[in-house]
Ligand binder design. Structure first.
Ligand SMILES: *Cc1c(COP(=O)(O)O)cnc(C)c1O
Length: 368
């Protein structure tokens, strides 16, 4: 283990969950997204907590992620956004639901299930309305309908789509167009199959920017962590995870000396440095080096000097009383991952997901 800690406060998660719920109709179901180890946190702990809080659904990207949750005893429905052909048996055996995003996938699942003695599979049909990532295109809908008719092994439960820019209020009309396109496709499927289906469209920012399109369920990942991607909403959410690392050495250097690999920094004055026990192997992006970012000791900002190493980095502590054994904050409620991300041109999601398994996870549980 590196000497770094991700402190995860599930009471704060409970706050974010209830704030999100307060923005929705009471009948709207809530799907919590726990893919990628719950955005770099701990998927099992998040899932157990969210199940206890009353989330209706969980979702992950890949089948193995869902199996790990079932193995840990998670009972609520789990949707797999991006299942592969070879996952079909596991999807059925582990009682998972599958997003269907292509005709080939639909056909392969259908043909296999019809021939086998396996039970049915519940599916969510993912409609591509402009993100152009995964999803069935409008022109293929009649083929989808034909494949779903006269069989009962693939059970269509939900219709879904995904917004491309729900966090960009300047692009709201694009989001509205996506919702309209989604409704049009839903309508033709419902007419042809002579049955109504439940629907979900909104991700975290969509919950706030396109609330009137919440349909029967919303899907939220990042907002549960305390980041809405919307400035006017962030004050209502709280940051769940704080990232800290230990100072292992404090030392002086003289004017003119270099710091770190490849002379990444040269001291313009005599100064005091500290070595922090976390590096790019732990998820600290090398772009944070060369004073592009800072960490915090109490309220003092400590600029990162030179290049980030694999296991550590150096900061300027000239104006502090910091000593070896103290902890610095990489991000917390005030200096959050969204701000850090912006300083290097990325998004909170990327920083959170990058926190490696070498970083210890520490939990504040709901009932403490
Ligand atoms: C990851 C993902 C989400 C969650 O998005 P957030 O912005 O984190 O709320 C929702 N839907 C789909 C299809 C996703 O892939």
């Amino acid at each position: 283990m590196s000497q770094a800690k991700l402190q995860i406060d599930f009471k704060v998660l409970a706050h974010n969950f209830s704030y999100l719920k307060s923005q929705l109709r009471s009948s709207t179901k809530f799907m919590a997204i726990v893919k990628a180890n719950a955005y770099g946190s701990d998927a099992v702990m998040w899932s157990q907590t969210l199940e206890a809080l009353g989330a209706d659904y969980l979702a992950v990207a890949y089948c193995q992620e869902a199996i790990a949750l079932r193995d840990a005893g998670i009972n609520i429905p789990i949707l797999v956004f991006h299942p592969q052909k070879e996952d079909l048996e596991n999807l059925v055996n582990y009682d998972l639901e599958a997003a269907i995003y292509s005709l080939e996938q639909l056909k392969s699942y259908r043909d296999y299930l019809i021939k086998s003695d396996k039970a049915h599979l519940s599916i969510h049909l993912n409609i591509n309305t402009g993100l152009n990532r995964l999803g069935i295109k409008k022109e293929d809908i009649s083929k989808v309908i034909a494949l779903l008719q006269n069989q009962n092994k693939l059970r269509l439960k939900w219709l879904m789509s995904h917004l491309a820019a729900s966090d960009d209020l300047a692009q709201l009309s694009f989001s509205e167009d996506q919702a309209a396109a989604f409704e049009e496709v839903c309508h033709s499927i419902e007419t042809e199959l002579n049955q109504a289906f439940k629907k979900h469209l909104l991700n975290s920012s969509g919950i706030f920017s396109l609330t009137h399109k919440q349909y029967d369920m919303v899907r939220s990942g990042i907002a549960l962590h305390g980041y809405s991607n919307l400035e006017h909403i962030d004050p209502h959410l709280k940051v769940v995870a704080h990232l800290k690392a230990k100072v292992t050495q404090v030392f002086n250097i003289s004017k003119g000396e270099y710091v770190g690999y490849n002379f990444g920094f040269q001291a313009g004055n005599d100064m005091t440095l500290a070595t922090v026990a976390m590096g790019h192997a732990d998820g600290i992006d090398r772009k944070f080096g060369q004073k592009q970012n800072q960490v915090f000791f109490e309220d003092t900002a400590l600029p990162i000097l030179g290049n980030i190493c694999m296991d550590m980095f150096m900061v300027d502590v000239s104006n502090t009383q910091i000593k070896a054994g103290d902890w610095v904050s990489i991000f917390d409620a005030q200096h959050n991952a969204d701000l850090s991300a912006k300083s290097i041109g990325t998004i909170s999601y990327e920083l959170l997901c990058a926190i490696s398994s070498r970083v210890e996870r520490e939990f504040i549980l709901l009932e403490n």
